[in-house]
Design a protein around this ligand. Sequence first.
Ligand code: AMP
Length: 334
Amino acid sequence: MRPTGKLHLGHYTGALENWVGQQNQLTETGERAYETCFLIADYHNLTTSLDTSEIYQHTMDMLIDWLACGIDPEKSPLFRQSQVKEHAELFLLFAMLITSSRLERNPTLKEQVRDLNMDSLIYGHLGYPVLQAADILLYKGNVVPVGEDQIPHVEITREIARKFNNHYPHPLVGEVFPEPEPKITKFSRLLGLDGKAKMSKSLGNTILLADGPDEVLKKMRTAVTDTQKVRKNDPGRPEVCTVFSYHARFSSPEELDAIAEECRSGALGCVDCKKRCAANISLELAPILEKRRYYETHLGLVKTILLEGEVKARAIASRTMQEVRSAMKLGETI
Ligand code: AMP
């Protein structure tokens, strides 16, 4: 995840809760089903903004949210891309294994160019998925939890892994890299309060994980509902309502059914519906908010967690790069 500051509900439903689930998942015999690593993609941030003045603050804000949501640094190292130099090294080698026309065909890139109104593209942005491939394969990741928009990047990662393995079999290890599978998250497109686009910081349509109940309610009041439901008792259409899409995630199945019925019949007005929605969101956010406060007042601990994560990550990354160099016969002396 790129360090863009305090996280919003979209990050929670589209990424974090799945990360925590995967981190804590056990096998039938009670062992951890996955070893998990979580990366702060600070290099990737540079593809859309050269302003690094707030990157440290944004990193800390994001880390606090990760920890508050249940990412456990004992189980999962947390680290910055820029602090493990092997990311840059593997990126360079991978850049030799893929054509620029393949990268130009990347549908995620085409969407970004359109959404961000970009008239020209920096070289590093074209290479975004190549760096991502290095991020994944440095840790020999075989399962990557992603939203749908990231599937093309996992596909590029698979192609790069295959190409490397074919060209450079390791004398002892054989294939150095796995071909990772995407693990698609269910709520990978949470709508923003404006109902027009994905919840996103740059669009200013977010509810933050750091928002208390009053703030959540205040923001919820601005949420766009069914525009044809003008008066309180007009029948509504839950299927086109942004607030209903939040109920789908944050209210119980029974409450969801009741809300859909009461909205359709006109018994439930939007003001009350929003109050219920805000209350359910705040109920789920309450323990996160409490943990957030703890970490906000223990910043030394957060820094230590990051630095320790980076030591662990460097050890894994360095081992992989030794295999890579050895498979490629780079640095061999006669
Ligand atoms: P970003 O900060 O946009 O780089 O988002 C990081 C990750 O958070 C994405 O790859 C998604 O998995 C998730 N995410 C961000 N915004 C949303 C959203 N509105 N709905 C669902 N998932 C989201």
